[in-house]
Design a protein around this ligand. Structure first.
Ligand SMILES: [Fe+2]
Length: 252
């Protein structure tokens, strides 16, 4: 397969039912923009809903009824795997049991979606099982350009709060990535602000939330993660065979 490829990454939508449809409206606006930019695929990288509630997943289902491109759902720490599976049976790529790891194979860039959620916890973990899945999944296709998506940032952001609730075994994640030069990008969410880091050789892009943004708390005594006036948004990851990846913040 050749040709250009555009991935719309929409993250931390936090759909709720007590906000007069505000979060769902933001998601719909992001999808409209993704259509305008002719995205090939839309990937929602977790915290789909705000409070792990069935009615919130129903509101999400309504919001994504007519996506402008194939749309895939990943869990975050605000999601509940069983509810997610049962509410979206037509999303057959979601495994019937265990972590919701999956791959998307039909595009020029292979997408490897890693479920790093720990039920009941805010932080993420790869664990040995996740590392083994990632290693074997990447080993199956060593030459195709690959993007890994997960919910929690796998690097230190130097934010006093978020570094305690990121991917706690990020070193192991980087170890796996280091063995796979075909991994060109890692994308995640969780921090509700745009940031760039690294996992082994691969740039890591943190997408903003479509709902609200957090500030940065980097110094002792600073108030932790106040909300800021920075714009919510989403990320457009564009790729061509000769130019590689460019990742753009798209404000809402
Ligand atoms: Fe979130």
């Amino acid at each position: 397969m050749s040709g250009q490829f555009r991935l719309a990454q929409i993250s931390d939508t936090h759909i709720r039912t007590d906000d007069a449809g505000a979060a769902a409206g933001q998601l719909k606006r992001a999808m409209e923009q993704a259509r305008d930019y002719r995205a090939d695929v839309i990937l929602l990288t977790g915290d789909l809903v705000n409070d792990e509630r069935e009615d919130e997943y129903a509101a999400l289902a309504e919001a994504i009824e007519n996506p402008p491109a194939p749309l895939y759902l990943m869990p975050g720490n605000h999601d509940e795997r069983t509810l997610l599976r049962s509410r979206f049976p037509q999303h057959a790529y979601l495994p019937r049991e265990g972590p919701l790891h999956f791959t998307i194979e039909q595009f020029p860039v292979r997408i490897v979606a890693l479920d790093d959620v720990v039920p009941g916890e805010t932080h993420g973990l790869l664990r040995r099982s996740g590392a083994e899945w990632l290693e074997s999944t990447l080993s199956a296709e060593r030459t195709r350009p690959t993007l890994i998506a997960l919910h929690h940032p796998p690097f230190l952001t130097h934010d006093l709060l978020f570094d305690t609730i990121g991917l706690l075994d990020a070193e192991e994640f980087a170890n796996v990535v280091s063995r796979h030069r075909q991994v060109l990008r890692v994308v995640c969410g969780h921090h509700h602000r745009v940031a760039v880091g690294q996992a082994a050789h691969a740039p890591v892009i943190v997408a903003p939330s479509t709902s609200w943004t957090y500030g940065l708390a980097m110094d002792d005594g600073q108030r932790i993660a106040p909300r800021t006036s920075e714009r919510p948004g989403w990320m457009l990851h564009a790729w061509t065979p000769t130019g590689g990846f460019a990742s753009h913040f798209m404000g809402l």
